[in-house]
Design a protein around this ligand. Structure first.
Ligand code: G3H
Ligand code: 13P
Ligand code: ZN
Length: 346
């Protein structure tokens, strides 16, 4: 059953976080549903813009609608990850997505900031050289407000982002800028978003905590505490939350991989965040590592095989195991029936 993230967050707030898993194909989808049902957890299935372009967005929709029929007990949200404005509208109008993320965090905070910005306002593509009218239209609050108005008219939830993660996003090459809690309160009130992705020191990918002079490694929980104080009950979201297990990277490298100097978010930090108002924890990289480890080891160990199902089947099983483990760690495991009961009551 597809539900909005807002409904899931109401059940989870302050108690546990819900895993939001990036999906690109059938094998991942089957592993995800199996892992979440094995651990009896509600979950969020999310597609990036890159995933939608990898084959065709319609294949993804068909796969998930089929999974919803094959696994009727599952309760999940279908979410657009890191959407630009046009992609958000496409998802809102599709009748399939129950939640979208508008990521306008690389635009100035509001019109005033856009006008005051060094180099002047940005244009609609986020490039310098914008006009006064661009400053009014293309700032984080204005863009998020437009998306929220269109999404809410169709009962769809909206995640926005304030601050900037480190690492590389699809359309954002980020340098870390932690979320400012006072701005977060102002932003939520003026933009109408339903949840907020906060920058507290995480970054995307497999190389999260590179030592740099003067940089504090680890998560800035004080930002989460302050936002919770200013916005009680408002769901926060953590991106860049893969743990990049050393054991997994070592196995990949032992089977011919070359992943060096990787690091991820300690699992205990994610579990802690789940009790502090972080309701959604995004995990993509750890799933990619499982795929790479399974395939590298099997290619090495079964050189005579060439039936793709001999590789796909073990991947599905290992991916499901990883997902179930994540749900245990985040605390969402075991809450499926409670969420079902809450949805029935509402
Ligand atoms: O935030 C980024 C996600 O890991 C999605 O990655 O854009 O390569 O699909 P992708
Ligand atoms: P990871 O790269 O840490 O898995 O983060 C994924 C993410 O934030 C997707 O939006
Ligand atoms: Zn992200």
């Amino acid at each position: 059953m597809i539900v909005t993230t807002t409904k899931l967050f109401k059940c989870a707030y302050g108690k546990y976080a819900i895993g939001a898993y990036n999906i690109n194909n059938l094998e991942q989808t089957v592993g995800l549903f199996r892992g979440c049902l094995d651990s009896k957890a509600p979950f969020i299935l999310q597609f990036s813009q890159g995933a939608r372009k990898y084959t065709d967005k319609l294949f993804l929709e068909a796969i998930v609608r089929a999974a919803d029929q094959v696994y009727p007990e599952a309760i999940f949200a279908v979410h657009l990850d890191h959407g630009d404005e046009a992609t958000c509208y496409d998802c809102i109008d599709s009748g399939f997505y129950s939640s979208v993320m508008i990521d306008a965090s690389h635009f100035p905070f509001d019109e005033k900031a856009a006008l005051a910005q060094e180099g002047g306002p940005l244009d609609k593509n986020g490039k310098p050289g914008g006009t006064k009218e661009d400053a009014r239209l293309y700032n984080n609050i204005a863009i998020t407000r437009r998306v929220a108005d269109r999404a809410h008219a169709k009962g769809i939830s909206v995640e926005a982002e304030l601050g900037q993660l480190g690492g590389v996003e699809e359309h954002v090459v980020g340098t870390v800028k932690l979320t400012n809690p006072a701005e977060a309160k102002d932003f939520v009130t003026r933009s109408g978003c339903d949840s907020l992705a906060v920058a507290i020191g995480t970054s995307h990918g497999a190389f999260k905590f590179k030592a740099e002079p003067g940089k504090k490694l680890g998560l800035h929980f004080e930002v989460v505490t302050e936002i919770k104080k200013l916005l009680p009950g408002f769901p926060m979201v953590l991106h860049g939350s893969s743990s990049v297990p050393k054991s997994e990277v070592d196995r990949i490298n032992a089977a011919g991989g070359k992943i060096k100097d990787s690091s991820g978010v300690p699992e205990e930090d994610l579990a802690k965040a789940g009790k502090m108002g972080v309701c959604k924890v995004n995990i993509d990289t750890d799933g990619r590592l499982v795929w790479t480890r399974v395939h590298r080891e099997l290619f090495r160990d079964m050189p005579e095989k060439f039936d793709l199902r001999d590789f796909g089947k073990p991947f599905i099983a290992e991916y499901a195991k990883m997902i179930a483990g994540k749900n245990q760690m985040l605390g969402s495991a075991g809450h499926l029936e409670e969420v079902r009961a809450a949805l029935k009551k509402a």
